[in-house]
Design a protein around this ligand. Structure first.
Ligand SMILES: C[S@@+](CC[C@H](N)C(=O)[O-])C[C@H]1O[C@@H](n2cnc3c(N)ncnc32)[C@H](O)[C@@H]1O
Length: 245
């Protein structure tokens, strides 16, 4: 079951407040690494799954893409994307990826930033993406790292009495499936899967993995957001680039 949590207005209000801050995990860690893996987009057809407020989709237009579609399950997100970005070759649609009809072999680049852990059926998702991609087409996605999703909703960092972090608590790693946590509001649902499931699912549909990044912050980023120091101890994100062969 998919949850459209970004249309919970309280959640959305708090999420927006995080994203407008210049110094957040997206701007300082996830996006800078994600952007290093973008293929040449000149004349390409692009689909951004879970486009949120549309910034990445608009960025792809700036990179010379011929046509970019951003889709999102959340009406709040799509309304914001339409307010922020407009271009004759840029379309935003309010739909869940699972409900979308896509022509086979029609998309050169499929991107998705921090969305797939909200989608229950990973096998179906990747199969649909692979079918939609043109030959030599690229899939680039980021997710919360399996190390982090494993124990969601329980203790994450274990501290000593003085409040110093001892270690990150990983548990239930091999137990794939639904996790519920309190992040901004209660009962935010996401799905944990192991690294082997993620990688093998891509391999099984014939996607060739080209690069994996577990982002490490720059010293400059840590100066701007000291909490990023923890990323040297365990990664928050996993970024995967794969190509249809
Ligand atoms: C963490 S936000 C990321 C937004 C954007 N990609 C970014 O990086 O700024 C996750 C987004 O995925 C969307 N989403 C979750 N499940 C989805 C689904 N099944 N189909 C399409 N969008 C989905 C949410 O509504 C939300 O906008």
């Amino acid at each position: 079951m998919n949850q459209n949590i970004y249309d919970n207005n309280e959640f959305f209000r708090q999420y927006e407040a995080i994203r407008v801050r210049e110094n957040n995990y997206n701007n300082l860690l996830e996006q800078p690494n994600f952007l290093t893996l973008i293929p040449n987009l000149e004349e390409k057809v692009v689909l951004d799954i879970g486009c949120g407020m549309g910034d990445f989709a608009a960025y792809c237009i700036g990179q010379g893409a011929n046509y970019v579609t951003g889709i999102d399950i959340s009406l709040n997100m799509i309304s914001e994307a339409k307010k922020r970005h407009s271009h004759e070759h840029l379309t935003f649609t309010n739909i869940a990826f699972e409900d979308m009809n896509i022509q086979n072999d029609s998309i050169d680049f499929i991107s998705s930033s921090l969305v797939f852990h909200y989608i229950e059926d990973f096998q179906l998702l990747i199969k649909k993406i692979s079918t939609a991609l043109s030959d030599e087409g690229t899939l680039l996605f980021s997710i919360e790292h399996p190390i982090v999703t494993a124990n969601k909703g329980s203790v994450d960092w274990v501290s000593n009495r003085e409040g110093n972090l001892l270690h990150f608590a990983i548990d239930r790693y091999q137990e794939e499936g639904l996790r519920s946590q309190n992040w901004l509001v209660d009962n935010v649902m996401m799905y944990h899967r192991t690294l082997s499931t993620i990688i093998n699912t891509l391999i099984e549909v014939g996607l060739q993995i080209e690069k994996i990044i577990e982002p490490i912050p720059t010293i400059e980023a840590v100066k701007n957001l000291p909490g990023l120091n923890k990323e040297f101890r365990r990664p928050s994100f996993l970024i995967v680039k794969a190509r249809k062969i």
